[in-house]
Design a protein. Structure first.
Length: 256
């Protein structure tokens, strides 16, 4: 079996956290013997890490879409936050969309299933499966849900999602909201996996000493430190906690 994975965010180097769950997804597919292709937006860092082997059975096609400025629409905070910060990035959307459509049509000739991650990827995927019929799975996340509620645009996006074979999402809350929007479809929740490595007591003490951590209870955030994550809500939560000893521990890279 072969899968074509379309995503608007994908790690461009070994330590990149952008779209890391799509990278882990294709690695999981490879582990069970499924091969395929990832279609993702280009980023200049790809040139510095072009020898990185993502998987022996998977290849990546990077879509270049530069118009007047660097390929800067997709990475960083994400497409929608980037557009809100710099509306002129809108001019890059047609080139990005065209590149995705061409790549999806090309690779769907040799695949058994298309998997669109984020709602933008559904558009080229639908065109591809119209030309090369096969099942299409769409995975919807938080920013996508907000777009579905936007007047006019939300109506168009909902009509597109009605045509996919299966909708999946990453949390039960998202599943419940999507079930209200699409009552005639079964929405499947597949949570992002988390790898937990057991540490010995000496290893824990060593990390605590190295990072200057005390034995206080911690409220932990793990992920990219970007505006979209609304980390300020954790500060509000801390104010409402009865225990003053709880501290907030942020773990992740800072991008803006």
């Amino acid at each position: 079996m072969k899968i074509c994975l379309l995503t608007t965010s994908f790690p461009t180097h070994a330590n990149d956290e952008a779209g890391i769950f799509t990278d882990r997804l294709q690695q999981a597919f490879a582990d069970i013997g499924i091969a395929g292709t990832v279609i993702a937006p280009y980023h200049p860092l790809v040139e510095e890490n072009k020898n990185r082997l993502y998987s022996e059975t998977w290849k990546t096609e990077w879509i270049k879409y530069r118009i007047f400025s660097s390929n800067s629409l997709c990475y960083g905070a994400g497409i929608m936050p980037n557009l809100r910060t710099n509306p002129f990035l809108l001019i890059q959307i047609p080139a990005l969309l065209l590149g995705f459509i061409q790549a999806a049509i090309k690779h769907s000739k040799e695949t058994d299933l298309l998997h669109a991650n984020w709602i933008f990827a559904v558009i080229p995927a639908l065109i591809a499966v119209t030309i090369n019929p096969q099942p299409l799975v769409a995975t919807i996340r938080g920013e996508d849900l907000r777009l579905l509620s936007v007047p006019v645009l939300g109506f168009i996006l909902r009509a597109l999602l009605q045509r996919v074979s299966q909708i999946t999402t990453v949390s039960e809350e998202f599943r419940d909201k999507l079930s209200q929007i699409f009552p005639n479809k079964k929405i499947i929740c597949i949570s992002n996996g988390v790898s937990i490595n057991s540490l010995s007591a000496p290893e824990v003490f060593n990390i605590q000493a190295k990072k200057g951590l005390n034995n206080f209870p911690y409220l932990i955030f793990s992920g990219r430190l970007i505006r979209l994550k609304r980390i300020e809500l954790l500060l509000e939560l801390l104010r409402k906690l009865e225990h003053d000893s709880v501290q907030l521990l942020l773990c992740g890279s800072v991008e803006d």
